[in-house]
Design a protein around this ligand. Structure first.
Ligand code: ARG
Length: 585
């Protein structure tokens, strides 16, 4: 619709207009400031010394444009145009057009909102990426949840999407870990027997850091172990593999719980034998220079520190692996876009990687995006992160499911369920609440965990949206054997004159869903979907509270269709966010 309006304005003014939704629906469905823009162009013209060519002020210009549109015959999708101060042109969509959209939702079902703007294009999304032998932290939860939502959005927009979990399974930290394993009582069992746990691994790492304070010389030993790992030492490799296997098992348990599936998980170790090529290439292109025994790529011109390809002891770096990874992805998928969903503390790292990749001709700068998420903070209390304590993901998810269980057990629907059903729904609601709370914030912002808000049944929360969806289902379930007849617009239009403002408000919101998807994908901002769904849910509940749906007389059928469409949009939106929609709650 936006582009239709753009065309319309272009036809009548020769200008490319910016079309937006007025903040307040009272002012129409779309608005343009094209007449105002003309003013600034005019002053530009006069600044250039040209004599005033155009007549009148923005209000007059706007009226002129509107008159032109009117005399050329108003398109049928517009019912009203208005000019308001200081020169905005506002458009109202016709009920016919809006009703048509409703029909589209009911016809397209789970596919409603799907776009083709990404057709023929490929995007690689690098997300989640926890580190082996360390716990799956709350920061990685953000990357997982936001990364998956962005993946889903791009997929829905028609892009070929490739998700890659860039596991941290290589690097000097493994030297430290293996040193500690070799110098403590921990025995890595031969395959099959597993007495090692993630907690033990974690503790070994911490132990190493305690020890190094008193004995800095063990750093050297750790470096040697990493060298042995890179050189392929059998025993060191075996220990490393055991750690990887154990961690992966743990990560997969978490992905299962979160309902996440990532296409690939090559991990950093995959690039072990692919880094040499990058180093040779960087030397050949005269980009790699020696500096204090290390091999670096300088980024002086960008005013950022150099990227280190090889340390003075010959060890490869995180940076080196990321460059090899770009090259690999480029060769394998030739993507148009690379999205990295990683914490904002790695901003500099990605500046270096992107700049390095561009210098090496592995891609162009505008193909690389770092979606940098902020921190999660906990208020004082049980899950405080003060005193360097890290909060475990399990603790968070357990708490969420506990809270959801309480809600379900209290609800009248929940009371009629078996314990198993209750558990299933509590899981969907608990996990959904955590995901939604994360996603409703712009990725870059830091967020403070607020359990009350996260589970607010009357506010901007996952459970509120799930609850509203379940409400639409419960209405529709009551008419199970009555088939929804609103299949064609004629039928809807028969009642068009009786649409009340709540009905119209819903119609005027629902059709915007595909637009929001496009905007959210373009801006890597799943939070825009959240805002939209919350608004829709509020409008539906308001409508539900004021009007009778069943037994609504002439309006019954239309209201049922509206209910079905609202439910469908809530479902499609939540599913893009990776949030389940239980039928009952
Ligand atoms: N494993 C890294 C970390 O937790 C994140 C990896 C992000 N992806 C990448 N291609 N560097 O810090």
């Amino acid at each position: 619709m936006k582009s239709e309006l753009q065309k319309l304005i272009y036809k009548n003014t020769g200008k490319k207009a910016i079309i937006e939704h007025p903040v307040d629906m009272e002012h129409g469905d779309y608005s343009t400031n094209v007449a105002l823009k003309t003013r600034s162009e005019k002053s530009f013209d006069s600044a250039q010394g040209k004599q005033e060519a155009r007549s009148g002020n923005p209000m007059e210009l706007a009226n002129e444009i509107v008159n032109k549109i009117r005399s050329a015959g108003m398109p049928e999708y517009i019912s009203k145009i208005e000019v308001v101060q200081p020169g905005f042109i506002n458009f109202w969509l016709s009920q016919e057009y809006l009703a048509n959209q409703l029909e589209g939702v009911l016809k397209d079902k789970d596919g409603f909102g799907k776009l083709t703007i990404g057709k023929g294009k490929t995007v690689v999304i690098d997300y989640s990426s926890p580190n082996i032998a360390k716990p799956f932290g709350i920061g990685h939860l953000r990357s997982t949840v936001i990364g998956q939502a962005i993946y889903n959005l791009y997929n829905f927009c028609g892009w070929k999407t490739i998700g890659d979990n860039h596991l941290g399974d290589w690097g000097t930290q493994f030297g430290k870990l293996i040193y500690q394993i070799q110098n403590s009582k921990v025995k890595i069992p031969l395959q099959g027997k597993q007495n090692l746990t993630i907690e033990k691994l974690e503790k070994l790492y911490v132990d190493f850091h305690k020890k190094v304070e008193k004995h800095p010389e063990i750093e050297d030993e750790a470096r040697k172990y990493f060298q042995m790992l890179e050189a392929g030492d059998k025993e060191v490799r075996r220990i490393w593999q055991a750690c990887v296997d154990l961690s992966l098992k743990e990560f997969n348990r978490i992905y299962d719980l979160l309902g996440i599936k990532i296409d690939y998980a090559f991990g950093e170790s995959f690039y072990e034998d692919k880094m040499a090529e990058v180093i040779v290439d960087a030397k050949r292109k005269k980009l790699a220079v020696e500096s204090q025994g290390a091999l670096i790529i300088s980024f002086d011109e960008l005013n950022i520190p150099p990227g280190i390809l090889l340390k003075s002891d010959g060890a490869t770096m995180y940076f080196t692996r990321d460059l090899a990874c770009v090259l690999y992805r480029q060769r394998r998928w030739n993507p148009d876009l690379y999205i990295y969903e990683v914490g904002s503390d790695q901003k500099l790292h990605f500046q270096q990687v992107f700049a390095g990749a561009v210098k090496l001709h592995y891609g162009k700068m505008n193909q690389f995006v770092h979606v940098a998420h902020g921190l999660i903070r906990f208020p004082e209390g049980k899950m405080s992160t003060r005193a360097g304590k890290t909060v475990h993901l399990d603790t968070v998810l357990d708490e969420a499911i506990k809270r959801a269980t309480k809600i379900i057990k209290k609800s009248s629907t929940g009371r009629g369920m078996t314990v198993k059903q209750q558990e299933q729904i509590a899981k969907a609601v608990g996990i959904g609440a955590v995901k939604y709370f994360d996603l409703k914030h712009q990725p870059e912002t830091d967020i403070i965990y607020d359990w009350e808000k996260m589970f607010q049944l009357e506010g901007d929360s996952g459970p509120y949206l799930q609850y509203t969806f379940a409400r639409t289902r419960s209405v529709l379930n009551k008419i199970k054997n009555k088939i929804l007849n609103i299949k064609n617009t004629d039928q809807i239009l028969k009642i068009k004159n009786t649409l009340n403002s709540e009905e119209l408000g819903l119609l005027r919101t629902i059709y915007r869903f595909p637009e929001v998807i496009e905007l959210a994908a373009e801006n890597y901002s799943p939070n825009l979907i959240c805002n939209f769904l919350f608004d829709l849910a509020q409008k539906y509940n308001n409508f539900y509270n004021i009007h009778r749906i069943l037994g609504g007389g002439d309006s019954e059928e239309f209201r049922l269709a509206l209910t079905a469409a609202t439910g469908q949009v809530l479902k499609n939106g939540l599913s893009l966010l990776g949030i389940d929609t239980p039928e009952r709650m």
